[in-house]
Design a protein around this ligand. Structure first.
Ligand code: HPA
Length: 267
């Protein structure tokens, strides 16, 4: 499905050649409204792309310009908790690779594990722990991908330095930490959060890690941001609810969008 999807998108791109793709997490979909000359491609028009089933995730790719650069925005992810195999979670990244995308910016909503990571914190992802117990590279090697990709710098150090720099200039407080990616869809128990804390995780969510593994196998450099939408289970007495997660993501979205635009401007 990689080839037919890439061909369908290329046709709609009409000669544009985006080098940057931006993946939007829960509640962050409004980002696509920043694009100039937007071309919207609903997933229904892209071979192999199912419709997302999660409230807060639309299902379209949007090509356009951001800070003078040609970009491709993925609004709506395929999560494994929807019943998708790991390979489908990774399909958009493989299609991006086929289209010549070289840089992938990923965003997600996440629970804050580290004390002091309250709702509204923006965390630059320094590294991740894949606790989904799945790997999108499982099976035959896909053309253009490595069998055993190095994962010692999954989130590109130069891009992270640029993000810190842009955040400083825009006076956006930017935390940095380790993201743990779990299968979901239930939120974690307090005991699981204490375990994750001991494992070295600062934030927890249900996405991103498989996309980054795929991108690294395809030689795409990655930059990731977590919008911390809630203290993780048991960190406070607050109960977790998807609608609140989305409301908080929505509130942080503008700040995060400014940060991403600032980074894209310097790519
Ligand atoms: N846990 C997992 N995923 C999440 C959370 C959380 O607390 N908040 C937003 N996405």
């Amino acid at each position: 499905m990689i080839g037919p999807a890439a061909a369908a998108i290329r046709e709609r791109l009409d000669g544009r050649t985006p080098h940057v793709a931006i993946v939007l997490g829960s509640g962050l979909g409004q980002f696509a409204e920043r694009l100039g000359d937007a071309v919207r491609m609903p997933y229904a028009d892209i071979p192999g792309f199912p419709s997302p089933t999660v409230v807060g995730h639309s299902g379209e790719l949007v090509a356009g310009t951001l800070a003078g650069r040609s970009v491709l925005v993925q609004s709506g992810r395929f999560h494994m908790y929807e019943g998708h195999p790991a390979a489908l979670t990774a399909l958009p990244v493989r299609v991006f690779a086929r289209l010549g995308i070289q840089t992938l910016v990923l965003t997600n909503a996440a629970g804050g594990i580290r004390r002091g990571f309250g709702s509204g914190t923006v965390m630059l992802i320094a590294d991740h722990i894949n606790l989904s117990f799945r790997n999108p590279l499982f099976g035959p090697v896909i053309a253009g991908e490595e069998r055993f990709p190095d994962m010692s710098d999954p989130y590109d150090p130069a891009l992270r330095a640029l993000a810190r720099d842009v955040a400083r200039r825009l006076r956006i407080p930017l935390a940095e930490g380790v993201y743990a990616g779990l299968l979901g869809p239930s939120y974690e128990t307090p005991a699981e959060i204490r375990m994750l804390e001991r494992l070295g995780a600062d934030a927890v969510g249900m996405s991103t890690v498989l996309e980054v593994i795929t991108a690294r196998a395809a030689g795409i450099r990655c930059l990731g941001f977590s919008a911390i939408t809630n203290p993780a289970a048991g960190v406070t007495l607050q109960k977790l609810h998807h609608l609140e997660v989305m409301e908080t993501a929505y509130r942080i979205a503008g700040e995060l969008a400014g940060l991403i635009e600032g980074v894209v401007a310097e790519l």
